[in-house]
Design a protein around this ligand. Structure first.
Ligand SMILES: Nc1ncnc2c1ncn2[C@@H]1O[C@H](COP(=O)(O)OP(=O)(O)O)[C@@H](O)[C@H]1O
Ligand SMILES: [Mg+2]
Length: 424
C-alpha cells in the first residue's frame, strides 16, 4: 500500500519547522560557507508586493544537476566531517519558512559564463500536490544574479512572494520600516553566529566578509578577546564515546571584566550583546565553529545578576550531532547527559570567579552608572539597589507603601538619579 506523503500538506507544515527570519538566512549562509565562499552579500529590497531578498556568494557554485539535487527535500550527498550542512533540508525549509518562491542561480565554471537556474514555488506544489520545479519566471528579481556571477563562480538565492516576512496589509512606510528593522537584526544575528568566520579564527576556513544592504557585518565575540582585564580560566577537553562515534567536547570559561575594568563604556555596552548582560551570561555552544546556542545555563543553574560576567564556550563537531540533539533550524541543542557532570564543577568555579569580579565593581560603586562620573562615598561602598530593596520590603512590612509611593513620586521630580540608583 502506497503511503507517499502529500507534497502540498507536508511542504506547508515544513514551513513551521522553527526558523525565524535571521536563523533562516543564517542557514543559507552555512551553505555558502560550505561552498568555500569568502564574500556573502545580502540584500533586502522593498518593492511593495514584489519585495525580495537576495543572498549572493562567491563559492564554487553548482551545475545543472547539482542544482536540481540541491532543491530536493533531503538532497543526496556525502558530508565531510566539519561541514555545516547535514540533513539536506536547509535551503528548502529555511527559504519556504519565509517566502513562497525561491529561485537559485549558480555558476560553477570559472572559464565559461554558464549559469544554471531553478525555481521552487510553493503555490505550484499546493496546486499540483507534486514536488516539482517550475520554469524560472521571467519577472523574477533573481536575474539580478547576473551582476554577481558575471566574472566568477558563485550562487545567488532569491526569495520572493515574502508572505511571512511582509504579511499583507502593511502601508508602504510600515513595509519599509519592517525591512529596515529586519536588516539591523539580521546583521546583529549574523555577526554573533558567524563571529569566528568573520574574525578569521574558524578552523580550516579563511576570513569571511558579509554585507547586509551594503553594510559590513561586524563580528560580535561574546568573550571580548581584546579586553585585557578579562580572566581566562583553564580550557578543558573531554573525549566522548557515543555509540560508534568518538568525539571531543571542549569547555572554555571566561570571566568578562567588571564595568570599571572595561576599556571603555561603549565597549562595555557593546559586549552586553543582543539580549543584554543578564541573558547573555552562560554557555555558548559552537558546532564546527558556528554558534548554535548563545547564553543561558542549559538547565545547570539559573540566570543571576551576580554571575552576569560569566561566559563559557562549548565546542563540538558534527560527529556528535545526535548526542547534542541539534534541531534542523540549528537554533537549539541540548547538553548531553554524558557531558553535564563533566562540566558542572567547572561551571560552578566559573560562576564563583564571576561573582568576585561583580563584587569588585560593586565595591567601587560603578555597577549602575556610566564610567567617569563622580561617585559619592556612601553608594561606593554599599549596593544602592540592595538599600532600595530593603526600604521597599520594610515599607511592605509596616504597611506604608502608599506613603513610600508619595516619597518616590517627590524624589522622581527633585532627585531622579537617586530613584534610579535605588532601583525603583
Ligand atoms: N550556496 C551554495 N553553493 C553551493 N552549493 C550549495 C549552496 N547551497 C546549497 N548547495 C548545495 O545544496 C545542497 C543542499 O543544501 P541544503 O538543503 O541546505 O542541505 P544541507 O546543507 O544540509 O546539505 C548542499 O548540500 C549543497 O551541495
Ligand atoms: Mg544547508
Amino acid at each position: 500500500m502506497d503511503v507517499t506523503p502529500s507534497a502540498s500538506r507536508l511542504t506547508n507544515s515544513l514551513r513551521d519547522i522553527g526558523y525565524d527570519f535571521a536563523s533562516a538566512v543564517a542557514d543559507l549562509v552555512d551553505n555558502s560557507i560550505s561552498a568555500g565562499s569568502r564574500q556573502i552579500d545580502i540584500e533586502l529590497v522593498y518593492e511593495g508586493e514584489s519585495s525580495y531578498i537576495l543572498i549572493a556568494d562567491d563559492g564554487w557554485g553548482m551545475g545543472d544537476d547539482d542544482l536540481t539535487e540541491a532543491l530536493r527535500f533531503g538532497s543526496r550527498r556525502d558530508y565531510l566531517n566539519d561541514e555545516l550542512g547535514r540533513y539536506g533540508l536547509g535551503l528548502k525549509t529555511a527559504s519556504l519558512s519565509q517566502c513562497r518562491r525561491v529561485t537559485v542561480m549558480s555558476r560553477r565554471t570559472p572559464i565559461q559564463r554558464r549559469i544554471s537556474a531553478r525555481t521552487l514555488d510553493l503555490d505550484h506544489i499546493m496546486d499540483t500536490d507534486r514536488w516539482e520545479l517550475v520554469e524560472v519566471p521571467e519577472d523574477t528579481w533573481a536575474f539580478r544574479a547576473l551582476e554577481w556571477l558575471d566574472s566568477s563562480p558563485g550562487t545567488v538565492v532569491c526569495w520572493e512572494k515574502l508572505d511571512r516576512v511582509l504579511p499583507k496589509g502593511r502601508s508602504v512606510g510600515g513595509g519599509r520600516r519592517r525591512i529596515e528593522s529586519l536588516s539591523n537584526r539580521l546583521s546583529d544575528h549574523l555577526g554573533m553566529i558567524f563571529h569566528r568566520f568573520l574574525e578569521g579564527s574558524a578552523l580550516d576556513c579563511h576570513r569571511l566578509a558579509i554585507t547586509v544592504n551594503g553594510q559590513k557585518v561586524r563580528p560580535w565575540n561574546p568573550f571580548a578577546p581584546k579586553e585585557e582585564a578579562r580572566i581566562e580560566l583553564p580550557r578543558r577537553q573531554f573525549e566522548i564515546v557515543a555509540g560508534d562515534e568518538v568525539g571531543f567536547v571542549s569547555f572554555t570559561p571566561i570571566v568578562l571584566p567588571a564595568r570599571n575594568l572595561f576599556s571603555g563604556i561603549n565597549e562595555f555596552e557593546r559586549m552586553s550583546g543582543p539580549a543584554k548582560w543578564n541573558r547573555q551570561q552562560g554557555i555558548y555552544v559552537y558546532r564546527a565553529d558556528r554558534l548554535v546556542q548563545s547564553g543561558g545555563w542549559c538547565g545547570l543553574r539559573a540566570i543571576d545578576e551576580h554571575t552576569k560576567l560569566a561566559r563559557a564556550a562549548i565546542d563540538f563537531m558534527p560527529e556528535l550531532d545526535e548526542l547534542f540533539r541539534i534541531n534542523v533550524a540549528k537554533m537549539r541543542v541540548s547538553l548531553p547527559v554524558e557531558v553535564r557532570p563533566l562540566i558542572e564543577p567547572h561551571v560552578t568555579d566559573l560562576c564563583h570567579r564571576a561573582q568576585e569580579m561583580y563584587r569588585r565593581d560593586l565595591r567601587e560603586g560603578v555597577n549602575q552608572e556610566p564610567l567617569g562620573t563622580v561617585r559619592d562615598e556612601v553608594t561606593s561602598s554599599i549596593d544602592a539597589q540592595e538599600i532600595g530593596a530593603a526600604i521597599l520590603s520594610a515599607s511592605l512590612a509596616t504597611k506604608t507603601t502608599a506613603q513610600l509611593q508619595s516619597i518616590v513620586d517627590h524624589l522622581r521630580r527633585t532627585n531622579p538619579n537617586v530613584v534610579k540608583r535605588l532601583g525603583w
